[in-house]
Design a protein. Sequence first.
Length: 94
Amino acid sequence: MNRKPLVLVVCGAGTLTSVIASQGVEQGLKKRGITDVEIKVGRLDDIGRYADRITVLVASMNIRQKYEAISLLTGDEDGQERVVDKVADILKNK
């Protein structure tokens, strides 16, 4: 069974910030015609649980020293568009 690519969006608590960020990523991917993707929201602790399935990891904080992740700051529309562009590029090349 082929699974959809997984975009995991995380923040420290796994509640508000990651939910808002995931909505922005999802809307941005839809605008770019990418809909066959699973987007999950979680906490930093959830990364290990999904490690074998993550196609793209998006974090609301800089965790790049420990993980290969794309950092996203909510409220920065230009920055969010650049993040969605990166996510879309990765998904298109998988």
